[in-house]
Design a protein around this ligand. Structure first.
Ligand code: DON
Length: 309
């Protein structure tokens, strides 16, 4: 994994770093609670395989909700559009990622989109495989392929604490099971979902995965089509409309690129036809997005004219 350090990106990191003070690291599990809020990293991966980075780029983070885009891509490959959208909708919610409220107020009772927790659980449910281990192995290998990094694995401690604290996600599953959106054992699905959230990457891995999405599914190094373009188009659309949860509208105006955040402080950006961006900054705003990470993206968008709009 070659990545050159960039003075220009370092300058942006130094500027964005003050904003880490405006947020707080996720509190619900020890591994995230103990994260250093001052660490900030950015990597930019280009379609020609070159990469530029600054900050704590080797620092590992769990994918958390960023995994939702990757499982969506795999579920679309596994099951096709019709089956996937029988189980999950296509509309933004305007509610927090773990809100339960819309599940009860819409009919038929399927989650509104694959980026909120209820929708992501329905998507993970659709991953093909005979056992949790087999389904997880397929997902992990997919992440490794997209990142071009066969050493990627998951953090067992994070997966365990996620599993032990996933009562709200269990509630979503039972609700979905009652309404025939899922039909598997809830503990198995939570096991798979919490492992998926605990897959660990660094900012360069994230930037490279982002680059595959930016290039409509083409691997920047091998030139192989690793995700069908039609699948990438759907994923990127969800990243624009729901990737930052109830901050997606503001993000579209201020940054204007498909992106997805996670509670570990990671953000993956895909600038169409230009580059992938990977960010780490554990301090979160009240919507669960990296506070300095978003500032950094805003600065980059202005400086490099990245907005699609
Ligand atoms: O499902 C959960 O609660 C977490 N493991 C992932 C949530 C997440 O990353 C939300 N993003 N900001």
């Amino acid at each position: 994994m070659q990545c050159e350090s960039s003075q220009e990106l370092k300058g942006l990191i130094d500027e964005a770093k003050i904003y880490t003070k405006d947020g707080q690291v996720a509190q619900y599990i020890p591994a995230l609670r103990d994260a250093d809020p001052d660490k900030l990293a950015v990597a930019v991966y280009y379609p020609d395989g070159s990469c530029y980075a600054a900050g704590d780029v080797r620092h590992k983070m769990s994918l958390q909700s960023i995994s939702k885009v990757i499982t969506l891509a795999l579920a679309l490959i596994d099951r096709g559009e019709d089956v996937v959208f029988d189980h999950v909708g296509k509309e933004p919610t305007g509610d927090p990622f773990n809100s339960i409220i819309k599940l009860e107020t819409i009919s038929p009772s399927k989650p509104l989109n694959p980026m909120i927790n209820a929708g992501a659980l329905a998507v993970t449910h659709m991953l093909i495989g005979n056992t949790v281990e087999e389904r997880f192995e397929r997902l992990l290998n997919f992440v490794r392929e997209l990142a071009g990094n066969s050493t990627i694995t998951y953090n067992e401690e994070i997966a365990k604490s996620e599993f032990e604290t996933a009562e709200l996600n269990r509630a979503f599953c039972y609700y979905l099971k009652q309404h025939n959106v899922i039909n598997e054992d809830v503990e198995e699905l939570i096991d798979l979902y919490t492992k998926q959230c605990a897959i660990e990457v660094n900012s360069v891995d994230l930037a490279r995965i982002g680059c595959v999405f930016a290039m409509n599914g083409i691997d920047p190094v091998t030139d192989k089509q690793v995700i069908p373009a039609s699948v990438v188009r759907i994923c990127k659309t969800f990243m624009v409309t729901c990737g930052m949860y109830n901050a997606s509208g503001e993000f579209a105006i201020d940054v204007g690129i498909p992106a997805k955040s996670g509670v570990s402080g990671g953000v993956m950006g895909a600038v169409p036809h230009k580059c992938g961006i990977g960010i780490y900054g554990a301090s979160l705003d009240d919507k669960g997005n990296s506070v300095a990470g978003l500032k950094l993206l805003e600065m980059m968008s202005r400086k490099y004219d990245l907005s699609m709009f």
